[in-house]
Design a protein around this ligand. Sequence first.
Ligand code: M6R
Length: 611
Amino acid sequence: MCGIVGYVGPRQAYPVIIKGLQRLEYRGYDSAGIAIINGKINLYKKQGKVADLEEFVIGKNVQGHTAIGHTRWATHGEPSDRNAHPHLSRSGEIAMIHNGIIENYISLKEELTNKGYTFKSDTDTEVLLNFIEDIYINNGGNLEEAVRIALKRVVGAYCILLIEQKNPETIIAARKGSPLVIGIGKNEHFLASDASPIIEYTKEVVYVNDYEIAIVRPDELTLKNLGNEKQTPFITELDLELDAIEKSGYDHFMLKEIFEQPKTIFDCLRGRLNAEKGYINLSGVEKYLDEISNAPRIIIIACGTSWHAGLVAEYIIEETCRIPVEVEYASEFRYRNPIVNKGDMMIAISQSGETADTIVAIEKAKEQGAIIMGIVNVVGSSIARISHTGVYTHAGPEIGVASTKAFTGQLAALMMIAFKIAFYKQTISEERYLHLCNELSLVPEKAEIILQQNDSIRLIAEALKDSSNALFLGRGYNFPIALEGALKLKEISYIHAEGYPAAEMKHGPIALVDENLPVVFIATKDVYHEKIISNIQEIKARKGKVIAVINENDTVTPKLADHVIVIPEADEIIAPILNVIPLQLLSYHIGIARGCNVDMPRNLAKSVTVE
Ligand code: M6R
């Protein structure tokens, strides 16, 4: 949700900022802007993509060594040039960018309006900036102090970067609830929402904590809390290669990330699962083995695709560990009055580790005595840091807005956790445990085989591209995969799609079925197989178009379905991790066939850091 980037040092700042904005564009692409100090503040901003900004600045003065840049996902105020960031203060001497939402901006705006302030944009950001400037004017022009005082009055989430004309070699930054990483170079510093704009310059970074203010100069980084006490910056080494954030020959990040899955699943299992010796070693679980095994209840919270991974985990954990599991949308949990008892285990699933609703839900459960385990992809992210323990998914940077490899990484991590606990609790036999470990270890090579179907899936996509609606049906472990297939199609192709448990179809959705409705069945071999075949027959009887994901030795479904996607068989508990892959490819190709921007679908942003 909005990407922010800053640079201070000896280089020309413009190329650093533009490249950084391109890397952060997945976070928001409603507008982009940059403010550079060169005697005065030169500010350029444009509705649209970073490429539109680049075109706009051609021939303009972009010289300077200190700059801030922003790519926006609109919250307050429509996407437009005037609502684009950076914003300039009333005096024109301070520029600011912001990621987050200032919830009490209306009362701050009233206060300022009464003092004669007027506003050029509809944003909460411009209000906060002028609120800061108002304090600045009255405190003799100390920006750092003005920021500190202002933030004590602010309700909401923010990561802000400010530059001022009279201090051309300083960036003031602060965060609460929205991420900020500072890269430490030689006599230079880089600031960004995540490490991707920083990685090619330095691997030494500091993750700024909530309620901290950073005063950043070329040769100096000072961190303070809102009480003006100095904090010691904790320097971490980035474990990230440039290659991981580039398309590497693929047309889109989404396709690259789908194709990376054999490797990313392998990376998630590597060093943790040894099928031959029959062990699963997860340091984050080892420490809490007794607490998890004896937990009276597991609450899983997440949003979107991560929530679907949580639903799969519910089926698997209840089946194998015999612990009751509830799966909640973080956005609902945080505003309910949920019953959480001391000793309850909360599993929070998030690719980004920055989803605002998930963070608040964790804090709420923590206050009530739950143990928090984070299943997170982004190393060092907020959720990783506020959880008691956790398991990283090791899927590498996921840039495509539609989550693909992060989902299969989440499933791999959750399966390992479930099997580990189940074996420890002896709720599954050793034989079953060894079988599941072995089946899980075979997933990367089976995923490779599925990807070989890319061309045939593209042909099916051609046949479906003009549909207005679609249904995705599955049962048991594959019901959440039906939900995920529908979500992927919606966000990538803008085709309205619904996921349903196949048996629920008769309770309503079947009314939608006619010769124009594609119905995608996840019909791989499991205990429900015969029932799913009956469901397929019910759809065919009403002339619906059936697309079925099936296993190699299924001779019945091909006779019923209009299209089949044949994938390798796996134990039904493991199968969801494989079954989702053809659905990801199907969505991708339908999106492409409809001319959609699959990496940056309209209205979406990769990481939802506002509620
Ligand atoms: O970073 P998170 O996993 O917490 O994000 C949760 C959702 O915002 C995310 O999965 C979203 O639904 C994706 N666009 C789905 O592809």
